[in-house]
Design a binder for this molecule. Structure first.
Ligand code: NDP
Length: 298
């Protein structure tokens, strides 16, 4: 059997970013509005610092405003809530992103709930989750599942109807919204998790397999239905197999095995990862368009 088509998330994300940059320029020209995202980072978690820097760079590259709030690790919950209130009220801020995880002394749900849903660029607010689950217009969709769906639609020519989809993982930020998006596309959706029985068997029935489990290379080649489209959301840092002392990134799917069975597959890195930031930019532009009363880009 031929090897799977490699889904180039990096190239797709570059195209999406270019379209967002055009949308930003058009909104500036038509309404005099520059989309702006407030990026809130509390503490000095190294991975979070890397993520935040790449988001701030993407905003600058696309001509958007980035309002950076890098706060000390001992910031009190009340002070963070007060900052969110100020950002909610600031008309130059169209989106608010609070980088997770927050320090343990802060109640994450309380903070996310304080962001007004229209500025919830990550789509984590319960109102946006509810809009998505009910198929209502105006939902801000979490960036990673949205990016995964865009890749799937591109790969399958927009025709997901009737396909059997298995989402491995049920987190609020990836698994559940991914399942909702696939349902909206008329897929027959199964959501698997740590209590699922016969996980390999469930996976083997799927035309579309989305792995968001956070376990390095857990999904083996013989779990995959021949010809299936595999979206690997996982980002896991593991010891490098041949270079002692170094690490490498792997997904939740054993890529070398899967590529021999699947019809198409996202690599790690270079698959879903670049789509997440591109979709954050898209969500921010869409929020700015809605605030300005301009048409929202499709
Ligand atoms: P969570 O840890 O929140 O959720 C993991 C899910 O996997 C849970 O539903 C859990 O089940 C399930 N699970 C864990 N172990 C098993 C197992 N042995 N068998 C079956 N199911 C299992 O992770 P996230 O959703 O936040 O992230 C998932 C992955 O995606 C991670 O690798 C993360 O790094 C990556 N990620 C990548 C992003 C990107 O930009 N590409 C963005 C966000 C995440 P249960 O609910 O029963 O505990």
């Amino acid at each position: 059997m031929a090897e799977a088509r490699i889904i180039d998330g990096k190239a797709f994300a570059a195209g999406l970013r270019a379209r967002v940059a055009e949308g930003v320029a058009a909104l500036k020209a038509s309404h005099g509005v520059t989309p702006g995202l407030a990026v809130v980072l509390v503490g000095e978690d190294p991975a979070s610092q890397v993520y935040v820097r790449s988001k701030e760079k993407a905003l600058a590259d696309l001509g958007m405003n980035s309002f950076d709030h890098h706060m000390p690790a001992d910031l009190g919950e009340a002070e963070l809530l007060a900052l969110i209130d100020r950002l909610n009220a600031d008309p130059a801020v169209h989106g608010i992103l609070v980088q997770l995880p927050l320090p343990k002394h802060i109640d994450t749900q309380k903070i996310l709930a304080r962001i007004v849903p229209e500025k919830d660029a990550d789509g984590f607010h319960v109102v946006n989750a509810g809009l998505l689950a009910t198929g209502s217009p105006g939902a801000i969709v979490p960036c990673t599942p949205l990016g995964s769906l865009l890749l799937l639609r591109d790969t399958l020519g927009n025709d997901l109807k009737g396909k059997r989809a298995l989402v491995l993982g049920r987190s609020n930020i990836v698994g559940k919204p991914m399942a909702q998006l696939l349902l909206q596309q008329d897929c027959t959706v199964t959501v698997a998790h740590s209590r699922t029985q016969d996980l390999p068997g469930e996976c083997r029935r799927a035309d579309i397999l989305v792995a968001a489990v956070g376990r390095p290379e857990m999904v083996r080649g013989d779990w995959i239905k021949p010809g299936a489209v595999v979206i690997d959301v996982g980002i896991n840092r593991v010891p490098h197999p041949t270079e002692p002392g170094k690490t490498k990134l792997v997904g939740d799917v054993a890529y070398d095995e899967a590529v021999k069975v699947a019809g198409a597959i996202t690599p790690v890195p270079g698959g879903v990862g670049p789509m997440t930031i591109a979709c954050l930019m898209l969500n921010t532009l869409a929020a700015a368009c809605r605030a300005a009363g301009a048409p929202v880009p499709a």
